[in-house]
Design a protein around this ligand. Structure first.
Ligand code: KG4
Ligand code: ZN
Length: 351
């Protein structure tokens, strides 16, 4: 089985060709970082136009690298939500058009399912497993039970973790995107100089919150001489990263306990999303998994951040089960993986 995947839900335009035997035959990703940098964040309209400008060329490139024609494919999978709707429409419509022209099945993929199933592409992992999904748009913990079968154990009630990294970077004058810059600054800082709150730590359940922490950083920064010195920026970045890591580790510990009680066959803690690139967070999760007797699985960075191989792979998994979609499938700005979960206010449901 060989599937073309298309991703366009945020600020990456991507196309990939993936085999049923878990081989990535080709994968191309185009980041729109430079288009958005002057605005210090993603501008949805700019994102949609950039997807429109590049998506068909990237698909042609991926097909070319795979050495295949559309007629050789078994199906076309495209992200159909959740995400910035203008971009989602571009990728989903392109996917439908190719499916129609080539007479192949179309698979509408939930972007989050792409992230959730990546560990099966990279590590051939069995269900069930526990997934921490932390990126600029998503922050949630899911029990992954099967294709199309998820239980959300927790999600953020306000901002996503990556969003908090990006805002803090902006406050410290570090630039965009913030995560890697905050991590680099933190490496030179003293996490003990400033005391920051650990949101939700010790509370029952597995939900996250980052807006209070973000505001605590804002208050700290307001009291400092401006422009913020390198020393101050490094110390605040270190304190912030330690607080986020501590808070996430506490939430994941709660989730692990619940996961083990409800799904004792589960063996792995998996992480995905851009924030999963953070070294301090990875170290904390590695230690936590070891203590709890779970394997820790973190796909390589290029498959943690947004990409089309994960969309093609989700297409493989769905097509194997006969789960295809009709061409009138409507792209969705919101599309929770666990529709039964209660509604939250923040990026937990966006993502
Ligand atoms: O998964 P991703 O590439 O895109 C989506 O949001 O879907 O995640 C991007 C987010 C950004 O907020 C970025 O600042 C954050 O991941 N990020 C990091 C690191 N690298 C990227 N956050 C903390 N530490 C990092 N090293
Ligand atoms: Zn994503």
């Amino acid at each position: 089985m060989v599937i073309l995947g298309i991703e366009s839900s945020c600020d990456e335009t991507a196309a990939a060709v993936v085999d049923g035997d878990r081989t990535i035959r080709a994968q191309v990703v185009l980041s729109q970082l430079e288009e958005h940098r002057p605005y210090g964040g993603i501008v949805p309209e700019i994102a949609a136009r950039a997807h429109l400008d590049h998506a068909d060329r990237l698909v042609a490139q991926a097909m070319d690298r795979a050495g295949l024609e559309f007629a050789d494919l078994d199906g076309i999978a495209a992200t159909a939500g959740p995400g910035l709707i203008g971009g989602v429409m571009v990728g989903a419509t392109l996917g439908k058009a190719i499916a129609l022209a080539a007479g192949k099945p179309f698979i509408a993929v939930n972007h989050l399912e792409g992230h959730a199933l990546t560990a099966r592409l990279t590590d051939d992992l069995d269900f069930p497993y526990l997934l921490l999904l932390v990126s600029g748009g998503h922050c949630q913990i899911l029990a992954v039970l099967g294709v199309g079968s998820y239980r959300r154990l927790g999600a953020t009630v306000d901002d996503a973790a990556g969003e908090a990294f990006d805002k803090v970077a902006k406050m410290l004058g570090l630039g965009y995107p913030g995560g890697p810059l905050v991590e680099a600054a933190a490496a030179k800082g003293d996490p003990g100089r400033f005391t920051l709150p650990r949101p939700m730590k010790g509370r029952p359940g597995c939900d996250f919150s980052f807006s209070g922490l973000k505001n605590a950083v804002r208050l700290l920064v307001e009291d400092l001489p401006h422009p913020v010195s390198d020393r101050d920026a490094a110390d605040i970045a270190a304190a912030f990263q330690a607080a986020v890591t501590d808070s996430i580790a506490d939430r994941v510990t709660h989730a692990v306990r619940r996961f083990r009680a409800d799904w004792p066959a589960g063996r792995a803690l998996v992480t995905a999303g851009g924030v999963a690139a953070n070294g301090a967070l990875r170290a904390a999760l590695t230690g936590l998994a070891e203590k709890e007797g779970l394997d820790f699985v973190a796909p390589p960075l290029g498959l943690c951040t947004d990409n089309a191989a994960m969309i093609a792979w989700a297409g493989v998994e769905r097509l194997r089960l006969g789960l295809t979609d009709t061409l009138d499938f409507a792209p969705r700005p919101r599309w929770p993986l666990d529709p039964g979960a209660r509604k939250l206010g923040g990026a937990g449901i966006k993502a």
